[in-house]
Design a protein around this ligand. Structure first.
Ligand code: SF4
Length: 132
């Protein structure tokens, strides 16, 4: 199975613990989160609406909320994607191991997670040390 993920959702999935915008969003994100952990899953990367956005109530006409918010999330995606190869189809478990290696302090995710309303509930963010 291949899943399509926008850059910043690689971090969101690592910290996901069942919270979300509505029931359908949580159900879909739970499904994607279980699939991304399987060794046979591959991941294609993007900086646009992905397989998680597909069940999100904030997705309007293919963009996140409105033009301003959409540009904000795209810039978060690009902060993650500049460390990866957007053209590559990644083995999912290897990709998420790589995410752990790259983003290993709060400082390393500061441009991505600084304004996130989920950061207090995000296991990934909460476990990151300030510095190494
Ligand atoms: S539409 Fe926006 S809020 Fe919804 S999952 Fe996608 S990026 Fe997140």
């Amino acid at each position: 199975m291949n899943i399509r993920l926008r850059g910043h959702h690689l971090l969101c999935l690592k910290g996901f613990q069942g919270y979300g915008y509505d029931e359908s969003f949580v159900e879909n994100m739970t499904f994607i989160n279980s699939k991304r952990k399987l060794p046979q899953t591959t991941v294609s990367l993007c900086d646009c609406a992905d397989d998680i956005c597909a069940s999100c109530p904030n997705l309007m006409d293919g963009i996140c909320e409105d033009k301003t918010q959409n540009e904000r999330v795209i810039s978060m995606d690009r902060e993650v994607l500049k460390k990866l190869d957007i053209k590559k189809e990644y083995d999912s478990t290897e990709l998420f191991d790589k995410i752990d290696e790259i983003f290993n302090t709060k400082e390393s995710v500061s441009k991505i997670c600084f304004n996130c309303k989920w950061s207090e509930k995000c296991l990934f963010y909460q476990k990151l040390p300030n510095n190494r």
